[in-house]
Design a protein around this ligand. Structure first.
Ligand code: ZN
Length: 210
């Protein structure tokens, strides 16, 4: 039976499943690319560099799928041009802290170690304004890339890109991806793929590992 909750249009990784099995016990790292779409009728565009390895994802125990966890406590950096205010990031961090997640610290437009421009900012969640080098579907509000060790299922880093018009729930939704959650297309749920069908329902997002 096919899964009820499809995430096919915008879950993409570097490897497809057949490559993954061929690689056997090797540590496979992959980037998951997810976008939060604004228009229900838009045809999602999959970046051509990536090959999806998720045809569909089952709804596990009727909660959003989570494909990775942080082993270290991530630091969040709001980078220089990111269209996020200090109040917005503080509120979004509090939202996830109430669900049992920890963040080491939040650096607001302060990046002494140059993590905002690092290729692999291990241990960080990096927040950017979308730039010309990043491809994003016109109907998307934001996009999150996160890097998961496919053997240990630990998340090494995440990068979030926003368009300039930030709306309610989008920052919290993208932080959800940065914490390993995929889409869950229940009406009014925070992790709904379509912004206008989403909302503040946080069912299944609590940290079960604390
Ligand atoms: Zn999303």
């Amino acid at each position: 039976m096919r899964a009820q909750f499809t995430t096919k249009p915008d879950i993409s990784t570097k490897y497809n499943m057949s490559d993954y099995f061929k690689l056997g016990p090797m540590v496979v790292l992959y980037v998951i690319l997810i976008s939060f779409s604004i228009c229900a009728l838009a045809v999602p565009v999959v970046a051509s560099d990536y090959v999806s390895n998720f045809e569909w994802l089952p709804a596990v125990e009727n909660r959003p799928p989570q494909v990775g966890h942080w082993n270290r406590t991530p630091t969040v950096i709001v980078c220089e041009y990111a269209p996020i205010s200090e109040v917005q990031i503080a509120s979004a961090i509090r939202f996830w802290e109430h669900l049992g997640y920890n963040f080491y610290t939040t650096q607001y437009k302060y990046d002494p170690l140059g993590k905002c421009t690092a290729d692999n900012p291990m241990g960080y969640i990096i927040i950017h304004l979308i730039s010309s080098g990043i491809r994003m579907d016109d109907s998307s509000l934001a996009q999150t890339h996160f890097y998961v060790d496919n053997n240990t299922k630990t998340i090494d880093w995440a990068k979030i890109y926003f368009r300039a018009d930030i709306r309610d729930t989008v920052l919290e939704h993208e932080l959800g991806h940065a914490l390993g959650f995929l889409h869950f297309n229940k009406i009014n749920h925070l992790m709904n793929q379509k912004w206008e069908m989403g909302g503040w329902d946080k069912n299944g997002l609590e940290n079960k590992r604390r």
